[in-house]
Design a binder for this molecule. Structure first.
Ligand SMILES: NC(=O)c1ccc[n+]([C@@H]2O[C@H](COP(=O)([O-])OP(=O)(O)OC[C@H]3O[C@@H](n4cnc5c(N)ncnc54)[C@H](OP(=O)(O)O)[C@@H]3O)[C@@H](O)[C@H]2O)c1
Length: 294
């Protein structure tokens, strides 16, 4: 099978398409024939060497939508099931930017019924990250939340999920994105205001600047593991590190089918053009996800 990997860190041109043996599922694993796989900032980070692993082949791609093609012992899934899954990790030799990927069964959920695989492939990583970051903030209905990077993938899902729970959401985004962020459910789109919010979810990685917008005793959640700013004024600071969670992903799939979560695709690329997709991501200004199709 073909797979996108990096063997020498660098820019988009460092992405290589290689021939690899078909991976076999072990116990409590399934193999998915990939229909679509989103390209995320983490893939650019892996490609550039931000997560280490020099001298090894590292597979790219965390998000997958496709069809179960083989099952290991004690797999809860059947060949032919249409699924989505998160394949996290920055060190495995193969990832989801491939024709086939093996994932743990408990990372898998049935695919949404109302969208195609290209859209479904944009859900797992960023919706799970948004949901797990909101868990860290422990917000109850009526509380106020500022989401930075609210037009992005993590930020957009966070706005929709928090608004759906009755949290009053303010989005911080680029000027041209105000309409989009309102359409996702933000009550306000604004500049940050010192001490104004019960919590901040800092998807734009503004750090201490965003921390200053939390009220005394509130909560801050960052998106770079272990890199959140130090606590001040009694503000609890934390950072999300996304974990695969098929049951949670199934809840998010239901929210897609209920029309609560919007899946945004900017453009599709053939898997063989993965390096071009990386180059497009590096240009910036992408709204919605770039998706690779084998
Ligand atoms: N910890 C985890 O487990 C985890 C999981 C997933 C993602 N992440 C991280 O979360 C971050 C967001 O990911 P993503 O996929 O949502 O990225 P994204 O889709 O590129 O969204 C980021 C958004 O923030 C905007 N932004 C950046 N700086 C801004 C500023 N100063 N003011 C207003 N808006 C600003 C960007 O606008 P422009 O495009 O115009 O700059 C973009 O709309 C990334 O750092 C990613 O690596 C972490």
């Amino acid at each position: 099978m073909r797979a996108a990997v990096v063997r020498t860190f660098g820019g988009p041109e460092a992405v290589e398409i290689v021939e690899a043996a078909l991976p076999e599922p072990g116990a409590r694993q399934v193999r998915i024939r990939v229909a679509a796989s989103a390209l995320n900032p983490v893939d650019a980070g892996v490609r550039a060497g931000m997560f280490g692993g020099a001298g090894k082949q590292i597979g790219l791609g965390w998000d997958v939508a496709g069809t179960v093609d083989a099952t290991g012992v004690a797999s809860a899934w059947n060949v032919g099931d249409e699924v989505v899954a998160l394949h996290p990790g920055v060190a495995a030799p193969l990832g989801a930017h491939a024709e086939y990927v093996v994932v743990d069964t408990d990372a898998v959920a049935a695919a949404p019924a109302t969208v195609d695989a290209v859209h479904a492939a944009t859900l797992p990583l960023n919706a799970l990250t948004a949901a797990q970051a909101l868990d860290l903030l422990e917000l109850t209905p009526g509380r106020s939340l500022l989401v930075t990077g609210a037009a992005g993938a993590v930020g957009g899902y966070a706005v929709q999920l928090a608004a759906h729970r009755g949290v009053t959401v303010t989005g911080l985004a680029r000027e041209g994105d105000a309409g989009l962020v309102r359409s996702l459910g933000a009550a306000h789109v604004t500049e940050g205001t010192a001490g104004a919010f019960d919590a901040v979810l800092d998807a734009a990685v503004l750090g201490g600047t965003a921390l200053a917008w939390v009220r005394d005793g509130g909560a801050y959640a960052g998106v770079i593991p272990q890199a959140q700013p130090a606590s001040e004024r009694g503000v609890r600071t934390t950072a999300v590190e996304v974990g695969a969670d098929g049951a949670r992903l199934a809840e998010l799939v239901r929210l897609v089918d209920d029309g609560v979560l919007t899946l945004r695709v900017a453009e599709t690329f053939a898997l063989d053009d993965a390096a071009k997709a990386h180059a497009r991501l590096a240009e910036g200004g992408v709204r919605g996800r770039l998706v690779l199709v084998p």
